[in-house]
Each structure stands twice: as structure tokens, then as C-alpha cells.
Design a protein around this ligand. Structure first.
Ligand SMILES: [Zn+2]
Length: 246
């Protein structure tokens, strides 16, 4: 209890000391002098929102959902894979959304997921075909050895005319995805794939993998509409949005 109060107080003090108008968070609507450094390995400048905890990729996807999809306008049954808590807070309470947050348990991340998250392995989804109007799955597939199977399963449970946003970290300088399943040691994985629990580095053939699973793919250069001043203001790093339909 005391630790929680101390944490909240510290957060409020950070928020207060960073109060300003240089940057704006799409996720929580707060303004600051700057976003804080953020990232797992190297700390990127202007990345982490001190109010809601969003990073660049969260703000980009959130802006995309709000301006390029009908998620908040029509009745939508949404599968949210490995739900980010900052999205969960809004999506789980939205009146138009029948919300199904899910994650595979047993990976050591259970505590990280919000209450009500269902234990679903996306390589073997125990649900009928054509169940969801929309799927949100961001930065998950790079953790899954059989990503092709996961993509096929997501395709299967998506309704015809449904859409899915399937984001991965992608190295656009690579034509071909790099994976080597003989590398299993976390330290070695970090060296090879950039993070201890990643099993590959996607290249530009990521789109082809999605197509192989059945999806129609729009590789949306959405982030490139922003000027460099806007990229700073909104704390964004250009990343293509993979908008997939069935
Ligand atoms: Zn925020």
C-alpha cells in the first residue's frame, strides 16, 4: 500500500516537472516538455510517456486505430493478443467493443496481463472460424517459433470482411527474415535477434508470410505522412502498419 502511494507520488512529481507543450501523447492526451527515454536495451530519447507508459509504437497504432479504422464507431468483436494495459483500459470499457484479451500463459508473463485475459495459444485457437470482426496483435509474432501457424489461425478466426493489425519489429534493410531455431539460449538469442525472447528478425518478406497465411495485406506508410517536427511532437518512429483483411 505504502509502496504504491510512493510510486503514485513519484509519478505525479515526474509528470509535474515535465509539464509543457512540446510533445503530445495520442494515447492519453497529456502534453509534456519531452517524452522520457525508453526501450528495453538502448534507451531511445523522447520515447516513453510518463503519464500512460506508451512507447512510439503504441502511439502510432493508437492513432491508426482512431483515424483509419472503424473500431470505435461500429459494434466490433475484437481479439486483442498480449494486451497492452494502456489499450486494455480503454478497449475493455468501450460500449461498441466486445473485447476478448488473450495471451498464452506459462511464458512467465502472466502477471503482466490485465485481469480477464484469456489463456489462448494463437497457434491453436480453440474457437470457431469467423469469430472476430477485428484483431490487434502487436509485437507478438517475433516471439513465436511457428509464426506461420499463428498467422493461419488468426486468419481463420477473423470474419470475412474483418481486419487485423499485425505489427512486428521489422528490419527494412533485410529482404529475407532471419531465423535459426538452433539458437535457444536467451543470451545467444539476444545477440542474434536483438532480444532474449525473440526467435527471428523479420525482413521485408514479412508481408509475404501474411499473404501465405491467406491475408490481403496493405503495408500502410501511415507514419510517413508526419513531418519530422510532428514525429518529434507525437513521439513517433516511422513503422509501417500491416493492415490485413480477409
Ligand atoms: Zn500518454
Amino acid at each position: 500500500m505504502f509502496a504504491k502511494m510512493k510510486h503514485t507520488l513519484k509519478k505525479q512529481m515526474i509528470n509535474y516537472s515535465l509539464k509543457g507543450d512540446n510533445v503530445h501523447c495520442f494515447c492519453c492526451g497529456h502534453n509534456f516538455i519531452t517524452f522520457l527515454p525508453g526501450g528495453v536495451k538502448q534507451k531511445r530519447p523522447n520515447a516513453f510517456c510518463p503519464a500512460c507508459g506508451s512507447l512510439e509504437r503504441h502511439r502510432l497504432v493508437w492513432r491508426y486505430l482512431n483515424t483509419k479504422t472503424n473500431l470505435f464507431e461500429k459494434s466490433t468483436k475484437l481479439l486483442h493478443v498480449a494486451p497492452e494495459p494502456l489499450f486494455y483500459k480503454i478497449l475493455s470499457h468501450h460500449k461498441n467493443i466486445e473485447y476478448v484479451p488473450c495471451a498464452k500463459f506459462g511464458q512467465g508473463y502472466e502477471d503482466k496481463y490485465p485481469k480477464g485475459t484469456q489463456n489462448i495459444d494463437i497457434t491453436a485457437i480453440d474457437l470457431e472460424d469467423n469469430t472476430f470482426d477485428a484483431i490487434l496483435c502487436s509485437h507478438v509474432l517475433e516471439h513465436i517459433p511457428d509464426d506461420q501457424r499463428a498467422m493461419q489461425e488468426l486468419y481463420r478466426v477473423l470474419k470475412p470482411n474483418g481486419w487485423a493489425i499485425l505489427q512486428v519489429p521489422l528490419d527494412a534493410t533485410r529482404d529475407t527474415t532471419y531465423e535459426d531455431f538452433s539458437i535457444t539460449d536467451p543470451t545467444e538469442r539476444e545477440k542474434a535477434f536483438g532480444q532474449h525472447d525473440h526467435v527471428r528478425v523479420y525482413g521485408n518478406d514479412y508481408e509475404k508470410r501474411l499473404i501465405n497465411a491467406g491475408f490481403q495485406v496493405k503495408r500502410d506508410k501511415f507514419a510517413y505522412q508526419f513531418s519530422s517536427a510532428e514525429l518529434f511532437k507525437y513521439g513517433l518512429v516511422p513503422e509501417d502498419v500491416f493492415f490485413c483483411t480477409k
